[in-house]
Design a protein around this ligand. Structure first.
Ligand SMILES: *Cc1c(COP(=O)(O)O)cnc(C)c1O
Length: 432
């Protein structure tokens, strides 16, 4: 198990950002998401410092779906970074946190008419067009509103990079974007160029998530640049900007071997510079869109242990007061995590356990067959690296209120998102 640099163990108790987990659990009750702001800011700075070129401008776009709340918008704003959105709800939240909407990039494979209208009304920075139907809607809205909009096109380069493997099968069947090799791409570009209210910047691509192979990005960048060059020649236009997406892999367990951000970023920059030179092409700006790699390791979840059950079949269950309702990833894609008994943190790991939640699903297991310290009812269990796709994918299954989120900064804790109340759970219901 790995302790991140913002953590230490003192008198058998785990500290996060200089604060005792046991104190946080008592103050806010459990389950509780904890986000270390200093950690997030350092990560963003690492991206910014190393994703730089002498030949073109660069920009980081935080993929907000990984974790989004007003407080997070403020952090992104303070770090002078861009942010993406994929729905009207995300746009609405970002707008209501006083974020500069010109730094927002709108994604999504099926943006509704109303969501596209919102993009124009909020005057966002750029819409990434997914398909022909969407391009038509955008042209209509631009004319209707007589408003300008910057657009990029999401292309599918035929690479499908998956967790731990680099697959090139089923590559042309993604629901996202339009293939760089398809006629449709030319039709979309025609449509955009015909509308003088739309400013065509270039192409965006995102090849997957939790990627550990640099080669997948090499291939992506190569295809993007070669195909951009062809488009420049066909249409007599300039492709000014490219966005190569996110998906940089992070550490969850010792099975994960992430590439250090500095090395990864330098690779992306040098690869882009090299291929641009080879193709005698130039761009004005290059974007990346990290989500998980900014936020995953900055967060963890504190649970209380409510029961310990040894089954007739020999499995030892540790029951926690949350589960798939606050972390769906183990159920959804067999995601693995590491954990610690926060109030017995320096003790030896002496028992193999399965950590299960309280939801009515046999699959509601957070960690399977894991070596843990001895523990008792009332102890606190911390699961690490739950910062990404934890809260943002949380649900009210079994009418379980979503936990609170707290931020830790400079040794101080404060509430970022309140715990849902039972009243919150029924406030949309209408008596019938
Ligand atoms: C989800 C997503 C990202 C971020 O992916 P991570 O794995 O969290 O880095 C970036 N770009 C697009 C278009 C996405 O859908």
């Amino acid at each position: 198990m790995k302790l991140f640099k913002n953590m230490n163990i003192e008198n058998n108790i785990l500290n996060i950002g200089g604060l005792k987990v046991t104190d946080l659990a008592k103050k806010y009750t459990t389950p509780l998401y904890v986000m270390d702001i200093n950690f997030i800011e350092e990560r963003i700075k690492e991206f910014k410092d190393n994703f730089k070129s002498k030949h073109f401008k660069t920009e980081i776009i935080y993929a907000s779906k990984a974790f989004l709340c007003k407080g997070m918008c403020k952090i992104i704003k303070n770090m002078d970074t861009h942010m993406d959105a994929v729905s009207g709800g995300e746009l609405y939240l970002i707008k209501h946190s006083n974020f500069d909407m010109q730094k927002v990039h709108m994604h999504g494979n099926n943006k509704t008419y109303d969501e596209l209208l919102m993009c124009f009304e909020y005057n966002i920075g750029c819409i990434i067009i997914d398909n022909y139907d969407e391009a038509r809607k955008i042209v209509d809205i631009a004319k209707l509103k007589n408003k300008k909009m910057k657009v990029m096109i999401r292309v599918n380069v035929g690479i499908d990079a998956h967790t731990h493997e680099y697959i090139k099968t089923s590559k042309h069947n993604s629901k996202f974007g339009v293939s760089v090799y398809s006629k449709q791409l030319n039709e979309i570009i025609h449509l955009i160029l015909k509308c003088n209210l739309l400013e065509f910047l270039g192409f965006q691509c995102h090849i997957g998530s939790q990627i550990f192979e640099k080669e997948a990005f090499l291939e992506e960048i190569k295809i993007l640049i070669i195909e951009s060059k062809k488009i420049e020649n066909i249409f007599g236009i300039k492709i000014r900007e490219l966005d190569i997406g996110g998906g940089f892999g992070v550490y969850y367990t010792s099975e994960d071997k992430p590439i250090p951000i500095k090395i990864f970023m330098e690779f992306l920059i040098s690869t882009t510079e090299k291929i641009l030179a080879e193709e005698q092409m130039s761009i004005e700006k290059l974007y990346i869109e990290p989500g998980r790699s900014i936020i995953a390791n900055a967060g963890c979840t504190i649970y209380s242990i409510g029961g310990i059950k040894e089954t007739y079949g020999g499995t030892k269950y540790i029951f926690v007061d949350g589960g798939m309702s606050d972390n769906i990833r183990p159920c959804l894609y067999q995601a693995k995590y590491e954990a610690i008994v926060a109030n017995r943190a320096s003790e030896d790991r002496v028992q193999k356990v399965t950590v299960a939640g309280k939801c009515c699903e046999s699959g509601d297991v957070l960690i399977k067959d894991y070596l843990l310290q001895k523990c008792e009812v009332g102890d606190f269990l911390v699961i690490f690296s739950t910062g990404a796709y934890g809260y943002s994918m949380a649900s009210n299954y079994n009418k379980i209120p979503r936990p609170a989120v707290i931020f830790i900064k400079d040794g101080k804790d404060f509430l970022a998102i309140k715990r849902e109340s039972y009243d919150d759970l029924i406030k949309l219901d209408i008596n019938y």
